[in-house]
Write a protein that binds this ligand. Structure first.
Ligand SMILES: Nc1ncnc2c1ncn2[C@@H]1O[C@H](COP(=O)(O)OP(=O)(O)O)[C@@H](O)[C@H]1O
Ligand SMILES: [Mg+2]
Length: 236
């Protein structure tokens, strides 16, 4: 399928007088995993936050499901199915794991809620085992799983995830990425994630390269040389 569900046109974003994104054109298709890659400071987080609405853009247009949304508040975007899982502050630490997930399913129909929760617990059994504990009792890796679980429980049409591999041991990164691929295949939804980990090559259908706020490439992963990506844009 090649139907764009999300489109960004000529986007410019600033922090006061500092330009963080220049003339960005970006899109994500239905049923696609898109990796936004680039070194620290490239603008990956700013792009995701601009799409989600947590960063106010200066110029440009954003389309989601045929709505023009760049002036919409965060919650309105979220209700239409656009959800950002930020790098930090993505769980409620003093709430139980169960409650964290239950809050997330609130916008879904009653019948869907149970299915979504069951699916999250099936993907991450440790969350079921520890469901009565507060989120802050989980390890870093488990909290990351909970954050992704919260995202899945919200059943978004497009899930935006900011550098999920950061702070995870290599084995966990592989597992997390395999899980993201399964989520995409099971749901047919779209995942857009920023990354600096080379393993993104194993799951992304397309890579969008950013450097110093500008587009460097936008290519199907299969057309990109692994070495070029590794040298230019990704860590070990
Ligand atoms: N809160 C902020 N205040 C000022 N400048 C910022 C802020 N956040 C990010 N920047 C700048 O914007 C640019 C893009 O940053 P960011 O989107 O965080 O990049 P990345 O996520 O790729 O590391 C960088 O030059 C960064 O220094
Ligand atoms: Mg970032």
């Amino acid at each position: 399928m090649n139907e764009a569900i999300l489109k960004v046109k000529d986007l410019n974003a600033y922090y006061n007088s500092v330009c963080a994104l220049k003339g960005i054109n970006f899109h994500a298709n239905v049923d696609e995993i898109v990796g936004i890659v680039g070194p620290n400071g490239a603008g990956k987080t700013t792009l995701l936050e601009s799409i989600a609405g947590t960063h106010k853009i200066r110029e440009g247009e954003i389309y989601f499901l045929d709505h023009r949304i760049e002036h919409w508040p965060v919650l309105k975007r979220r209700k239409l199915g656009l959800m950002l899982i930020p790098q930090e502050g993505n769980v409620f630490p003093m709430m139980s794991i169960k409650k964290n997930l239950e809050v997330s399913v609130l916008y879904s129909s009653r019948e869907e809620r149970e299915k979504l929760l069951d699916y999250v617990y099936e993907l991450f059994p440790v969350l079921w085992t520890k469901r009565k504990n507060n989120a802050n009792t989980l390890s870093g890796g488990q909290q990351k799983m909970l954050a992704i679980g919260i995202g899945i429980a919200a059943n978004p049409r497009v899930m935006l995830i900011d550098e999920p591999s950061i702070g995870l041991a290599p084995k966990l990164v592989t597992r997390l990425f395999d899980t993201l691929k399964k989520i995409k295949e099971d749901s047919g939804n779209t995942i857009v994630l920023s990354e600096q980990n080379i393993k993104i090559l194993n799951i992304a259908d397309r890579l969008f390269g950013l450097e110093a706020g500008e587009i460097k490439f936008d290519e199907k992963t299969e057309n990109l040389s692994r070495q070029v990506i590794k040298d230019l844009y990704l860590g070990g």
